[in-house]
Design a binder for this molecule. Structure first.
Ligand code: GAF
Length: 384
């Protein structure tokens, strides 16, 4: 995570005011992909890559938003914030402000600085961390205290309704509610969750394929539509099925022939992934790491073959990890079509694993990957 003392002095130098500083982490998902918007289960962990948000009041009725990553500042009238996205990085903080305003919070003038080290476009939820950091900073300034799940929902709405990306709740939820040294089995139907401790001897090795991933538009949206179309077929026979969370493999056997071949495969992934995710959480809770690894391998195959959300490079990264000493389980994590793999690795082997996987991947693809040894962190909070 970036240094908050440096961040503070950058904010003071630019805006001549002392900021309150908040932090919101990115995340890695251990298992449970494209299940959140089907009201199913996911098992993410917050990680030690994060966005810092610094905020201080202003007297001129303006909202200044500065991004250290983009080296850019933009000014808006607090009383007349944009009501639509403009495909600019400010869409994320502005979406959060628009959502907060829609909840009855009048926006005062303030200066907001953002600085993150969550690699962009890598499937580690840099966007959610910007949203949650902004939401905490602005509500902190307003003196409004929303509970973690409420904060997560409002950030998801900012992304759905303002930014225009049809994501589920997972990323914002884990950024707001993560727990140090734990993954969280989240039921995306009612947002209840169970903590699953990650043993101290297990490292989260996150391997960036360097293939860019994006969830706005494109394949993510197509997959979501195929999942919803499959659900509509089942619901036409069993109206109590509102989301694929309620469906079974038996439903696919009965009515799969009424679906397009793609919808059928997508639904099979989602339905089996829900079962795997709950089983994986149970395995982690009882420290059955070989069962967890087996479920992660099965999840990757399903994500790659049925959901067709992997890519050659991610398949290679997962495959090349298989024979390396210390591996517990590996799979592509996040929205898909590039981004990172998550490798659970015995801590004592983590450094050799990191070096060897990088060599093998570079040799195989000609791409130099970024591989990070991470740990599960706490959720968003005020730093100072
Ligand atoms: C992206 C989305 F933002 C999440 O809501 C989730 O659907 C994930 O892809 C896939 O599991 O990160």
């Amino acid at each position: 995570m970036h240094d908050s003392a440096i961040f503070r002095s950058m904010h003071v130098a630019r805006f001549e005011a002392e900021p309150a500083i908040y932090v919101a982490p990115g995340r890695v998902n251990l298992i449970g992909e494209h299940t959140d918007y089907a009201e199913g289960f996911v098992m993410p962990a917050a990680i030690n890559f994060a966005t810092l948000a610094g905020i201080s009041p202003r007297g001129d009725g303006k909202i200044a938003i500065f991004s250290e990553n983009y080296g850019q500042v933009r000014y808006f009238d607090a009383a007349e914030l944009p009501s639509a996205a403009s495909k600019h990085w400010t869409d994320y903080p502005l979406g959060v402000m628009a959502t907060l305003a829609g909840m009855g919070n009048a926006m005062p003038g303030f200066s907001l600085s953002l600085w993150g080290d969550v690699p962009l476009g890598s499937g580690l939820s840099s966007s959610a961390s910007v949203e949650v950091a902004t939401a905490l900073a602005v509500t902190g300034l307003l003196g409004v205290d929303y509970a973690g799940p409420v904060l997560a929902r409002l950030c998801q709405r900012a992304e759905n309704e303002f930014v225009g990306a049809s994501c589920g709740i997972m990323d914002q939820f884990i950024s707001a509610n993560g727990a140090k040294d734990h993954a969280l089995l989240l039921d995306c139907r009612d947002l209840s969750f169970k903590l699953a401790p990650i043993p101290g001897h297990v490292a989260l090795v996150i391997a960036n394929t360097m293939v860019k991933h994006a969830i706005a538009g494109g394949e993510y949206t197509t997959r979501r539509a195929e999942v919803e179309a499959a659900c509509a077929v089942i619901a036409s026979h069993r109206p109590e099925v509102r989301f694929l969370r309620d469906a079974t493999v038996g439903d696919l056997e009965k009515w799969g022939h009424e679906m397009t071949p793609n919808s059928l495969k997508r639904a099979r992934h989602v339905i089996t992934e829900n079962v795997r995710t709950v089983a994986a959480a149970e395995a982690l809770i009882r420290s059955d790491l070989s069962e967890l690894g087996r479920l992660m391998a099965e999840a990757h195959t399903s994500y790659s073959q049925d959901f067709e959300a992997s890519c050659e490079e991610a398949d290679a990264m997962v495959e090349l990890a298989q024979d390396l000493p210390g591996l517990i389980g590996a799979r592509l994590t996040g929205g898909g079509f590039g981004g990172c793999t998550i490798n659970l690795v015995e801590q004592s082997h983590a450094i050799q694993f990191q070096e060897r996987l990088a060599e093998l991947y570079a040799g195989h693809t000609g791409i130099v990957p970024h591989i990070h040894i991470c740990c599960a962190s706490g959720g968003a909070h005020r730093l100072e």
